[in-house]
Write a protein that binds this ligand. Structure first.
Ligand SMILES: Cc1ncc(COP(=O)(O)O)c(C=O)c1O
Length: 361
């Protein structure tokens, strides 16, 4: 019998009819972009849903990071995590800044705040931690360090819609928070992202930057570019947002089921949440060695199951584009970590089968 392949993720999608219904309005109005009504509606609905003051939707999460750097007018070194997707670092570089890699905590997998201060130089302008797999960073310690050294804080919160700190959205913490609404994310618009800030002036500036630097009168008043989200993408976001609570609850339940089944094997390690609550959007497993990971991956692949080595390799080792600086914990963990399949259409039986294959070596 041929089994259907199980990939690491699949997008959560609202019923097609509901998406089509919203698209009918787009066809009637003939407005496809330029801060259209659906983009504004989605921004408003996301502020309400997540309890946030401002939300500037953009075309993707990488642009959101670039816009954050541009809006804060940063030029210099930005201390960031090597345990991340390449986009964090390419965005820093595209804005003419230099990434400086700070090693991670081996349990939370987030940038280790105790290692930040040693890396601060006269050229440091900001700290850019990543809420890895939605797991909240130690936002208070990071804020205290930034205040002490007069640095900005931009969070790469690409994974963190739905994560919580102090009973509030994690997206409240930082000068600017850049998130992603890419197809693989808990809430998706196909491609998409957003810049979030509690500072109204900065919010207005971000909106100008995403629209070629135009103000409301269409005068160009600063250096901007095209970061706009289309109405088609916003329509998908609005359709999917209706199911956001269900998707969040479903991921949590499946995450806990994986953990319950796999905890019997003490050679397997899991990401630790020390601050706030993750959104359970990924299920990373840390194996005792790269050899075990590769052997397990082979057995899963044989059964048409495709976990993903994520994040691998550690970004500080991309020596064609960055200056190598050792970060031993990130380099070590990235060789031994993989995310298991986790998405809406994944069944309990799929999870049981995946765990059975992992455990029966
Ligand atoms: C940690 C991290 N930062 C940034 C991004 C970039 O987001 P996007 O794909 O929306 O550009 C991603 C993408 O998955 C990511 O995982």
């Amino acid at each position: 019998m041929k089994t259907k392949p199980i990939y690491v993720t699949m997008p959560s999608l609202a019923p097609l009819d509901e998406y089509k219904k919203i698209l009918e309005g787009v066809w009637e109005r003939g407005i496809l972009t330029h801060n259209g009504p659906l983009v504004r509606q989605l921004e408003k609905d996301l502020c309400t849903k997540l309890g946030l003051r401002n939300f500037a939707l953009v075309s993707n999460g990488t642009i959101a990071i670039q816009m954050a750097i541009k809006a804060l007018e940063l030029k210099g070194e930005i201390i960031t995590s090597p345990f991340t997707w390449i986009a964090t670092v390419s965005a820093v570089k595209w804005e003419g800044c230099t990434p400086v890699f700070c090693d991670i905590d081996p349990e939370t997998l987030n940038l280790d705040p105790a290692k930040i201060e040693d890396l601060i130089t006269d050229s440091t302008v900001a700290i850019m931690p990543v809420h890895v797999f939605g797991n909240p960073c130690d936002v208070e310690t990071i804020e205290a360090i930034a205040k002490k050294h007069h640095l900005s804080v931009i969070y790469d919160a690409a994974h963190a819609v739905g994560s919580v700190y102090n009973n509030k959205s994690l997206l409240e913490y930082g000068d600017i928070i850049a998130t992603s609404l890419h197809a693989t994310k808990l809430l998706n618009t196909g491609e998409g992202g957003a810049c979030i800030t509690g500072d109204d002036e900065l919010h207005e500036k971000l909106k100008r930057i995403r629209f070629f630097g135009h103000d409301d009168t269409k005068e160009v008043i600063e250096d901007g570019f095209n970061g706009k989200m289309t109405e088609i993408h916003a329509a998908l976001g609005l359709a999917n947002l209706k199911y956001y609570d269900d998707v969040l609850a479903d991921r949590k339940r499946k995450y806990l089921k994986y953990k319950e089944l796999l905890r019997v094997d003490d050679s397997l390690h899991f990401q630790k949440t020390t601050f706030g609550e993750t959104n359970y959007s990924y299920f990373p497993v840390i194996f005792d060695s790269e050899a075990t990971l590769l052997e397990t991956e082979k057995r899963l692949n044989k059964n048409q199951i495709f976990p993903r080595r994520y994040f691998y390799p550690s970004v500080n080792t991309y020596t064609k584009i960055v200056d190598y600086r050792p970060t031993p914990i990130s380099e070590n963990i990235s060789k031994r970590i993989a995310c298991l399949p986790l998405y809406w259409a994944l069944t309990d039986e799929d999870i049981e089968r995946i765990c059975h294959i992992i455990l029966n070596k």
